[in-house]
Design a protein around this ligand. Structure first.
Ligand code: ATP
Ligand code: MG
Length: 273
């Protein structure tokens, strides 16, 4: 019998509201070894990702969507950089969602999201996503409660539509501790190379830490489903996080098992003059 995929360790079962406070953001549990052994495994997984992504693109029939969510300084950018280094940029795309523009606000909340969904053959990463509309929108009362509450069902239907249309959806919350966030925000102040990322508004957001954790737990509980699972990845240690996210992607693509298309009719064995 096939053993359970490694990534099941971080998967939130359908209908379960995770107790985020009980998930240690700095755990090394399940890692293939210490930092250097885990980095070696991560490199091997990246090679596997490169092969699987090439097949997905060549097959051109299905797609993969990775939704990345995290608190400020939660490591979304670093994860994208580390996980996709060396992956063929053709066929991979990152869509980042910032505060909506006036035009976007004049539409339903999924309008701008749907437009960025992956095309056949594509691997798309959402750096923030439609989940902001049940996170920041809830914490800051941007819309009334009945509006954000009804979005859970709307999101489930939307992700079901994507799934039924050939898109494999995996959703990852990078789970950092409040202490780790403090250190990373301080680094953004102190390090000239990171200062451009510092947003004084992040300090005000930090005051809402508990409300965000509650909003994340509820959103995950309402929307983790067999066909669009959530994974909560401990994120305080970058090497552990990179390994975990690669493992999740490789497991998902491995299950899809994309295939190179057959050679063109008559192409077999011919000699190119
Ligand atoms: P980092 O985590 O590295 O700081 P970032 O993703 O926060 O990067 P920013 O440009 O700092 O990038 O912030 C984007 C902002 O857009 C976030 O504060 C987020 O809450 C906000 N945002 C995204 N989607 C929505 C939405 N639907 N409604 C309101 N605000 C949103
Ligand atoms: Mg930010």
């Amino acid at each position: 019998m096939a053993s359970d995929p490694v990534s099941d360790r971080w998967r939130i079962a359908s209908g379960v509201t995770p107790d985020l406070a009980s998930i240690d953001p700095s755990t090394k549990d399940g890692a293939p070894g210490g930092k250097s052994e885990t980095k070696a495994t991560t490199d091997a997984l990246r090679e596997r990702l490169i092969e699987l992504q090439a097949r997905l693109y060549a097959e051109g029939k299905r797609s993969l969507l990775l939704v990345l969510q995290a608190m400020d300084a939660g490591g979304k950018d670093g994860t994208i950089r580390a996980v996709f280094a060396g992956v063929n940029p053709q066929g991979v795309r990152v869509a980042s969602f910032k505060a909506p523009t006036d035009l976007e606000l004049a539409h339903d909340f999924l309008w701008r999201i749907h437009a960025q969904a992956p095309a056949d053959g594509e691997l798309t990463v959402f750096n923030r996503s439609h989940y902001e509309d049940v996170l920041v929108a809830r914490v800051h009362h941007l819309v009334p409660e009945d509006v954000w509450r009804s979005r859970y069902g709307q999101i489930r239907h939307f992700e079901q539509l994507l799934h039924d249309s050939g898109t494999t959806v995996v959703k990852v919350m990078l789970h950092i501790s409040k202490d780790e966030q403090r250190e990373r925000l301080q680094e953004r102040v102190d390090d000239p190379g990171k200062r451009w990322k510092f947003n004084p508004g992040d300090l005000a957001e930090r005051e809402h830490w508990d409300a965000y954790q509650q909003a994340y737990a509820d959103a995950i509980g309402h929307t983790s489903r067999e066909h669009a699972p959530w994974y909560v990845v401990p994120g305080d240690r970058n090497w552990y996080r990179n390994w975990a996210v690669l493992q999740i992607l490789v497991d998902a693509l491995g299950r899809m098992d994309p295939q190179y298309p057959p050679a063109a009719e008559g192409a077999e064995g011919i000699t190119v003059a």
